[in-house]
Every structure is written in C-alpha cells, then in structure tokens.
Write a protein that binds this ligand. Structure first.
Ligand code: CA
Length: 248
C-alpha cells in the first residue's frame, strides 16, 4: 500500500522527481538529505545500516541509491556487491575525503558516481538527476535465455509460463549466471559475486546451490540451460546440441 501510494505520488510530481534510497548511518546527514530531496519532490526511503540498506535496495525499485561507504552491519561495498549481482540501480557512493582507495574500489565494483564528504546539497541533486537520466536507458529489466525469463525488478523467474519459486540466494545466483550468459564462471567467482566471500578451500557451498537451482530451473524442463564445465565452473547458455542430463 505504502509503496503504491509512493509510486503514484512519484508519477504525479515533476519530471525531476525520483524514488531515492539513502543509506547513511549519520542521522543528521541522512535527515538533511531526506528533507532536501523530499522538498524537490522526490520520494525518499532511509536506512541507517548496511543490512537494512541492502534489504530495501533489493526489494524496492529505486531510481538512484545514495550509499555511504562506512556503515554498521555491513559496509557500502558489501551492499553494492549484493545489489550488482541482481540489478543495475544507479548508485552514488559517499566517501571520506582521505579515502582515495575507497573511491576507486567503489567505481570498480559498480558504483556509478561518488561524492566526497562534505558535499553541497545542490551538487548531490545534480548528480542524482544525471544518474537518473542515465539509469533509465541502461537498466535491463528482463533477461531471457530460450524460454527462461527473469524479471530483475520483480525478482521472478519463469520457464515458459511456469513460475519458478526461488530463494533470494538462488535468484541472485541465477541472475549472476544469466547476466553473463555464455561466459564460464568459476566457483570462486560465483562465491564472490553471490556470497561476497572467498571460498578458496571450500566451494561446496556453490556446488550445493547450483544443484538446487538446477533442480528448479532445468531438471523439469528442456532445453537445459545451466551447464557444468568440468574443472572450470558453470555456464548458462542455450546450446545447439541438446544432450540429456546436465551438459558436459
Ligand atoms: Ca558512515
């Protein structure tokens, strides 16, 4: 209900109005930004730690996310990584003046822009508007491989007309593979992209998750799309020659 109302308000207000998530643990800064953006006609949600921020970022459809780097719970980089596994919502990161490496790391991991604290409100607003315009053009909302259809915003997956029930991690795993269709992903790469962890010694977690995903999206259906490349990893693609079973 709340979201619907916000969306209607969002559509009615002026062209610059955006739906924005602010993830910032400094309450005074968060309130100041929220008030300023609301006055500009934006719909603003706030989270004061990384856990809540990630939850909102993944479950809602924002035009832009303002993401502080240093956060309790989990930091902004972790939130960004989880988000990028499933969607391309534009992100502007807030970094401290003396942390040059944070800016580089943020951009490297998929942030679209950054601002150094302290910054002027008008500069933030200008950057948000620029990202919003850019984001509209870039965001693929749906991925499709053969009859597998993935709605990244609604976080739903279908084979043909059959809706596939997936857990949040399974969906993240599917999105990572589908976004890079045709590309072989190692277990280590998958572990980093989906779990934000290094499984140098134990990649069993990935194997188990792949099996669960395959049981849901591939086993009951044809053609098979999720293939195991022995000694290398996994790839999601439609192959010309469709054998029985699980690929190579
Ligand atoms: Ca902070």
């Amino acid at each position: 209900m709340d979201d619907e109302r916000r969306l209607i308000q969002h559509k009615r207000s002026n062209a610059n109005a955006m739906k924005i998530l602010i993830v910032e643990d400094e309450l005074r800064t968060a309130d100041y930004l929220s008030k300023g953006l609301t006055e500009q006609g934006c719909a603003v949600d706030m989270a004061h730690n990384g856990i809540d921020g990630q939850h909102l970022a993944l479950t809602h459809d924002y035009d832009v996310i303002v993401l502080d780097v240093m956060l309790p719970g989990q930091d902004g980089f972790a939130v960004l990584r989880e988000l990028r596994a499933v969607k391309q919502t534009p992100v502007i990161m807030l970094t401290a003046r003396d942390r040059v490496e944070d800016r580089i790391k943020g951009l490297h991991e998929g942030a679209d822009d950054y601002l150094i604290k302290p910054f002027s409100f008008l500069e933030l607003l200008a950057r948000l508007q620029a990202l919003n315009r850019r984001g509209r053009k870039q965001e693929p909302m749906q991925l499709r491989i053969a009859d597998l259809q993935i709605d990244l915003l609604a976080r739903k997956a279908f084979r043909g007309s059959t809706r596939i029930d997936l857990t949040a991690k399974e969906f993240a795993l599917l999105a990572v593979l589908a976004r890079r269709q045709g590309e072989i992903l190692s277990k280590t790469a998958i572990a980093e992209l989906v779990w934000d962890m290094n499984f140098d010694s134990n990649t069993n977690v990935v194997e188990v998750a792949i099996k669960r995903l395959r049981d849901k999206i591939d086993v009951p259906f044809a053609p098979k799309l999720l293939h195991t490349i022995r000694g290398m990893g996994y790839v999601m693609e439609l192959r010309d020659m469709q054998g029985e079973g699980q690929g190579l």
